[in-house]
Design a protein around this ligand. Sequence first.
Ligand SMILES: [Mn+2]
Length: 770
Amino acid sequence: VKRIVREFELTSTEKQTVRALSRQIGITETTAGILFARGMDTEEKMRRFLAPSRENFLSPFLMKGMREAAALIGRAKEEEWRIVVFGDYDADGIGALSILSRALRRFGVEPYLYVPERSDGYGMNRNAIDAIFDECLPDLFITVDCGISNAEEVKYIQEQGAYVIVTDHHELPDILPDCIVVNPKLKDDYPYDNLCGAGVAFKLAVALLGESAYDLLDFCALSTVADSVPLLGENRDIVAEGLKLIQSKPRLAFSALMGKQTEITAQTLAFTLAPRINAAGRMGNARAALDLFTSEDEDEILALAAKLNEYNGERQKLCDELYERARARILAEGAYENVVMVAGEDWQSGLVGIVAARIAEEFSRPALLFVRHGDMLRGSARSIESVNIFDALKNCSQYIEEFGGHAQAAGVNVRADEFEHLKRALDEYLAAHYQREDFLPSLCVSGEIDGAFPDQLAREINLLEPFGVGNRRPMFAMQAGKLNANPVKVASPHISIDGGALDCMYFWGEKDLHLLRSDVHKTLVFECNVSKFRGREYLKGFVRAVVYDGMSGDEYSLDSFLNEVLSLKYAKTPATELLSAEETDRRIAQLRKECAYGLCVVSYQRERISQFPSVTDMAADLFSLSSRSIGNALLLSPTAGSDLSAFRHVIYLETPPSYTLDTGNAHVTVCNEYCGYERIRTLPIGREDMLEVFATLRSAEGRLAGADFAEVARNIMPLGFSCERVIFALAVFEELGLVSFANGQARIVRGIKTDLTHSVIYNAACKLQA
Ligand SMILES: [Mn+2]
């Protein structure tokens, strides 16, 4: 079950403030509310946010150490020192290297650039320093996007007679390097702490060159988005200005990476450009990305961009494989704790972070993926928004050799023999410090829309761009009943929803098609976009999720009956344990008390639930599970063939019409006191009964329209049969080839000779009636 949470709830005083601000600025109250919730609580802050600009840039000299750094570089130029810039292998580090190297060259010094590869580890290390001294005997080391934790290495460099300037943005360790340090997180007059490494390098570039360094903002924008720092404050100004630059005249390196994409937004930076730059480092060739961004040779740029595209394709493929392998192992080992932890022998260490993020989202819990190196496990932790994994690790540090990172992501090294201890400790810590709701997959909405989507609001949303961390594109909720939903074309997994208040697209919405079309009450969670076509503006919704309210129960009875009938086609017989209602109820209560994961309760009738006190407080999913998290779930009227194989317990509240669900190795329990197919059991299905329906259907040909058999039955209600009879007959006749169903229309196929006993559904139904 997915949870809908509101981005903000305003008190009545806040509402008044927001209303006043919305009038002063001339924006809708909804937009003003969103801005208010994101920290813009005065007119000035709101106006500044709505018009991001270089005018808002802060002076680099407010940053501690900046003047000294610029002065030392000035001296280095005078005295013709050899300078090394030492960076990092990710898109932030590469961007920072590109910015500072270009700025230095323009300033009049030619730097030697060093980018470590992932296998060397993050930050400075002695091997790299030795190699650099061997190669060019530098007089000045400048770090970008790293160095703040390298007090020892800095000392080591100084001992060899070179100066060091550390520029970084990471959290300050207890012991700072004893050299010139530029880091916005230092206590200084610089009011904004959230620049990325490239942002700090950009500030140094401005300190050296003044505003002529602004043509490097494209690199800075890319790194800012890639490093997942919040897109508020100065970062927002940087990204907005960088995007303008890329939109007006993209650098060849950028346009080559973008391929056919012409529209560029913060999303393009995040999902097209940054992954390609990062792919180079992940595939063990960060140097290629650096060369791409520092080269002036057109042919070389095109060749390197092609190479990065190739790396990215390879990276995607390897990630998909690693994900499948990790997921298979997780399911085999069972994911029943508040944390998902798994280790592999030959997994690629450059990819485990990406896959951990995917696993964390799918299972809606923090995920830690490790690669084994001898007795050590080196891994990446990724968390869900509501859980601070860094604090959790800190509290379990007695089982950890080494870790570092922040609330959402961390690197972790543990001894192999501490793996289980760490897992248990994390599980217990998370259970003690978080609520159950924190682990439910949630959707954050900024407002509720009923009726048409306001045009002004839609246009204002565009003013909130660029979107990213800390400033998400707002999602809205809309209540809906039965919807006109169809695949965009035959066999497409994408769904379009027409009519109603707003035309919507739902990518990969196939799984919810049944729910969308049925009468039950549900909530659509969607984003709204304005696009221009031939001078006209069009509003379109993009559905991100459909959430069944878990309550309404009587309107889907025909859809549910159709599911029951269709399930007869695929009967299996798993080993089951039969229990009385009382025993079933006790079992469920016990399992739920023991663990929040791994139990799926299945019922074919909503009304049944009131007979089991152990489940009445559970929110239900209808037709199919809305999440893959394996949290304890209640599933109503499951679609035939639904995959429940990840659960360890599946409990039916009634004898099901057939065992059609994929329960894998789960322990299957059935309450045999109730019947889950009462309607099939009492349906008139004698030969004569069936022929009667068939004759009538034949005479009604041309009127047999509907999205599925349940809807066809509803549409021809006046024919004098119950809908259940029509649904059952259509399903049987279709199986026998007497009815074909396509494009929302059932047709009678003539000239077929067959017999009812050739229908699996029919035979199964007869058996249920016997
Ligand atoms: Mn960084």
